[in-house]
Design a protein. Structure first.
Length: 185
């Protein structure tokens, strides 16, 4: 059974999650992809404030397509997370508490998640039209010149996710592979 969670998260909630937990996430998340991450890290390195205060927040690696008439959002699906790996440790140190994407993460990201008490969730790729039904509103907050990859505030309801890496560094991808390999021996 999926856990119903609200973003932003409390540290207590994040610490209670285990890799492999299925969740339905509601609340506020912020979209950002490669170009926005590069700009965030340039600003942090220069000691400048980010255009959006992401401390304690969740970043969804996504860029929703333009919103069709009568809808809250265009199609929205997770982007491959490894593209954000070079930028992730500084953002976690800054205070980002949760990430949503797809695919495995580097050892450096895993260590940064543990060090900063943050979690990594995955969404199913390839079902962007279905995930759009979970979006209640979209607001561009920063970098509008990036188009669909601008930083947006999303209000979501029951976005289906899996905890891929929890705050203790437990990794659902590795554990799943291990279980599979043991089952076929």
């Amino acid at each position: 059974m999926a856990l119903s969670l609200q973003s932003p998260f409390t540290q207590q909630v994040l610490d209670s999650l285990r890799a492999g937990d299925q969740v339905l996430l509601s609340g506020v998340v912020y979209t950002a992809r490669d170009a926005a991450h590069a700009r965030f890290c340039t600003a942090l390195a220069a000691g400048e404030p980010l255009p959006v205060d992401l401390r304690g927040q969740t970043i969804f690696y996504a860029g929703p397509t333009p919103t069709p008439p009568g809808k809250a959002s265009g199609a929205i699906g997770p982007t491959t997370s490894t593209r954000m790996d070079p930028y992730t440790p500084p953002l976690l140190a800054y205070g980002v508490k949760a990430l949503i994407g797809k695919g495995q993460r580097s050892e450096e990201v895993k260590a940064a998640l543990m060090q900063n008490g943050a979690a990594y969730f995955v969404a199913v790729g390839g079902c962007a039209a279905s995930l759009a039904a979970c979006v209640q509103s979209v607001e561009v907050l920063a970098y509008p010149d990036l188009g669909t990859e601008s930083v947006k505030k999303l209000v979501i309801r029951d976005l289906p996710l899996t905890v891929a890496i929890d705050t203790r560094g437990e990794d659902f991808y590795r554990e799943g592979q291990k279980r599979y390999l043991e089952s076929v021996r």
